[in-house]
Write a protein that binds this ligand. Structure first.
Ligand SMILES: Nc1nc2c(c(=O)[nH]1)N[C@H]1C(S)=C(S)[C@@H](COP(=O)(O)OP(=O)(O)OC[C@H]3O[C@@H](n4cnc5c(=O)[nH]c(N)nc54)[C@H](O)[C@@H]3O)O[C@H]1N2
Ligand SMILES: Nc1nc2c(c(=O)[nH]1)N[C@H]1C(S)=C(S)[C@@H](COP(=O)(O)OP(=O)(O)OC[C@H]3O[C@@H](n4cnc5c(=O)[nH]c(N)nc54)[C@H](O)[C@@H]3O)O[C@H]1N2
Ligand SMILES: [Mo]
Length: 598
């Protein structure tokens, strides 16, 4: 049995025991001991790329790497996804530094929220699991842990649970209160809750005086929002607010925020407003309290892979500007927003290199294919954005297939005549040596039992910064209106918010794919019916699945569904260079309708 850690991009970062003869067993660690349905040998083997290819023809790894080396002498971009969360993924930055190549900045994931947290708190610290355990009330806000973070579920047991989500999620069904919020209105809810807290005079004055002295200005800011109009917009009334506040005003309250609230251009405002509410309630630095979001797993580390390379925004990468694009550990042709644009751009790249595990829409376009090793087959270190444990990913399986990121780099350094790459173990140790070690466990240097106990900013000496403005210029784009005119009577009268959260049995575009659009049954569609969903960015065909757990102003298409990102825009968030998957409205049409031409 070999102990390792799961490399899939998920906050659980499970420790697992591997018996190479059987497939992995999960060990009770930060988790409840149940093996995740994704750790399944059949899934890991299905569509695996087993040999290098150039222009569709199988070649030796030597030939493939020669071709890569040659292509990297031209203007090159590295686009790295999050298919494997190990730190060694980033070693290829050192190669791009040598060739004067370009990297990406920002994120497809949590960047907008992260930017909002940094504006308020100065630094994004992970809330330790033990604080969640000590809470009386847990507010789960735009996060779906039953699907995306199952090993946090035991920490929610015997707590009062409040869910704020446009979908009646599995957790919402069991919760003490579910606020089925209108999408993209979380900013207003957070501001209103702060306003009511001030009105009831239950803000934590003592704490505010010490750590967030601008709170009176914030109170003025919250008064700029008209109660009646905002409540109407959100579809909530005073009773709803009263009930919600009765939970928030309890002694130990944790707010767990997810990606759902910030898949918008204004995502940073939402996190800063939720943090501002938490400040008014005095939740920072206190036992059993706090705001948890996707943390910055590399916080506190000196990263040996930092370079001075130039960067372009990841969510709207201009692939067409480069002769050579290396895609590593990602599937941009499907996971990026606005894949109609992405597809066209990738086609214009002279040499697209795909370095990954599975066949997918990106590998199908690539000229050079380099098979990767999966996380069972190489050495690495696993940080987590959900807790502070640092786990070794030990090689558990010997495989003939593929090449590790370190070996890829080392061989290209050799071919291109570069020097300065250290041994693999040197890098691994550089990460581990920065951790605190206790009973065989490694812990991130950023760990603090009560984050922000001493205050905000990197060193804890700064005040909390409240959100102080809000600009939102979301518009229904003209093209959609034109489309509506052209297709009068053939598409739904309504424009729907697009919700695109994670799916239970897939990890983004890896593993099980889907084809469904979920919609409220009152809208009159029939299960199994084929429809075309369109936005001003593109169209795609999906199969109807009626779902009463949705609001009737939303449709839901999970991130593993083929074609979902034909609908989403290349918009980059106002702060944090993040993708804005839900900054869009869609219409639903019958099969007879031609796809929208963009
Ligand atoms: N099984 C599985 N687990 C995963 C993943 C996976 O693909 N599959 N992906 C992993 C990754 S990469 C990430 S980043 C994490 C993300 O994990 P989560 O943060 O849980 O992210 P999502 O599933 O995208 O969205 C969470 C919830 O937000 C809600 N939501 C949507 N729009 C809004 C809104 O406007 N307001 C509010 N309040 N809620 C809204 C959705 O209905 C959904 O229930 O999960 C990780 N875990
Ligand atoms: N509509 C919609 N789109 C979304 C989202 C959404 O919620 N809705 N979520 C967004 C989010 S939060 C994220 S994080 C992104 C994720 O988007 P991506 O980063 O593109 O991740 P995946 O789609 O999971 O593709 C990962 C690929 O990595 C490869 N891979 C896995 N392990 C390794 C390895 O060890 N080495 C190498 N070289 N390759 C490996 C696999 O071949 C796999 O195809 O998707 C985003 N896209
Ligand atoms: Mo993500």
């Amino acid at each position: 049995m070999i102990k390792t850690a799961c490399g899939l991009d998920c906050p659980d970062a499970c420790s697992i025991l591997v018996d190479p003869a059987q497939f992995p067993k999960l060990i009770a660690d930060t988790n409840n001991g149940a093996l995740c349905s994704l750790l399944n040998k059949e899934l890991f083997d299905a569509s695996r790329i087993t040999s290098p290819r150039i222009n569709g023809k199988e070649v030796s790894i030597e030939e493939a790497l020669d071709a890569v080396a040659q292509s990297l002498t031209k203007k090159s971009l590295l686009w790295r996804g999050s298919g494997n969360f190990g730190v060694m993924q980033e070693i290829t930055d050192l190669l791009f530094d040598k060739i004067n190549g370009t990297l990406t900045r920002g994120s497809l994931c949590d960047g907008a929220g992260d930017a909002g947290i940094i504006e308020g708190r100065g630094v994004n610290r992970t809330l330790p699991l033990e604080q969640i355990e000590k809470a009386d009330v847990v507010v789960v806000w735009g996060r779906n842990p039953t699907t995306t973070n199952t090993h946090i579920m035991p920490y929610l047991k015997e707590k009062k649970i409040i869910v704020i989500d446009p979908v009646r999620t599995a957790l919402a069904k069991k919760a003490d209160l579910h606020v089925q919020i209108k999408p993209r209105s979380d900013f207003y809810l957070a501001v209103m809750l702060a306003r009511f807290t001030f009105m009831e005079n239950v803000e934590r004055k003592e704490w505010l005086d010490e750590f967030a002295p601008d709170y009176e200005d914030y109170e003025d800011f919250t008064r700029e929002f008209r109660i009646k109009a905002i409540l109407e917009y959100m579809g909530l009334d005073l009773n709803d607010m009263g009930e919600l506040l009765s939970y928030l005003h309890q002694e130990r309250v944790v707010i767990l925020v997810g990606n759902g609230v910030q898949k918008y251009s204004t995502g940073h405002y939402v996190l800063q407003a939720i943090d501002s509410l938490a400040a008014v309630l005095g939740l920072f630095g206190r036992e059993g309290c706090g705001v948890g979001y996707l943390g910055n797993s590399k916080l506190g580390f000196d990263n040996p892979f930092t370079t001075k390379c130039q960067h372009v925004p990841k969510a709207a990468t201009p692939f067409g500007d480069y002769d050579t694009v290396l895609v590593q550990g990602g599937n941009p042709a499907e996971s990026m927003p606005d894949t109609v644009r992405v597809d066209a751009q990738l086609k214009s790249v002279e040499t697209l290199i795909y370095f990954g595990l599975y066949e997918n829409a990106t590998s199908r376009q690539a000229k050079i294919i380099i098979p990767a090793k999966n996380f069972f087959e190489k050495e690495d270190i696993r940080l987590s954005y959900g807790d502070h444990e640092v786990r070794r990913m030990n090689k558990a399986i010997e495989s003939e297939i593929g090449i590790s990121e370190y070996d890829f780099c080392q061989r290209l350094f050799g071919k291109l005549g570069f020097e300065g790459l250290e041994e693999e173990t040197t890098y691994l140790n550089q990460w581990l040596n920065q951790c605190e070690k206790q009973d065989g466990h490694y812990r991130s240097p950023a760990y603090e039992p009560h984050p922000y106990h001493e205050g905000f900013g990197e060193d804890g000496g700064e005040d909390f910064v409240f959100v102080e403005d809000f600009n939102d210029d979301f518009q229904n784009i003209k093209q959609l209106k034109k489309y509506r005119k052209l297709n009068k009577n053939k598409i739904t009268k309504e424009e729907f918010w697009l919700l695109t959260p994670k799916a239970k049995h897939a990890l983004n575009t890896q593993f099980r794919r889907g084809n469904q659009v979920e919609i409220h049954p009152d809208l009159g569609f029939v299960d199994g019916e084929k429809v075309i969903v369109s936005s001003s960015h593109g169209s795609h065909e999906f199969i109807i699945c009626n779902n009463r757990d949705l609001r009737d102003d939303c449709v839901m298409i999970t991130s593993n569904v083929i074609g979902v990102n034909h609908l989403t825009p290349s918009v980059v968030s106002e702060e944090g260079d993040n993708a804005c998957y839900q900054e869009v409205k869609v219409v639903v049409g019958r099969r007879a309708l031609s796809p929208m031409i963009v």
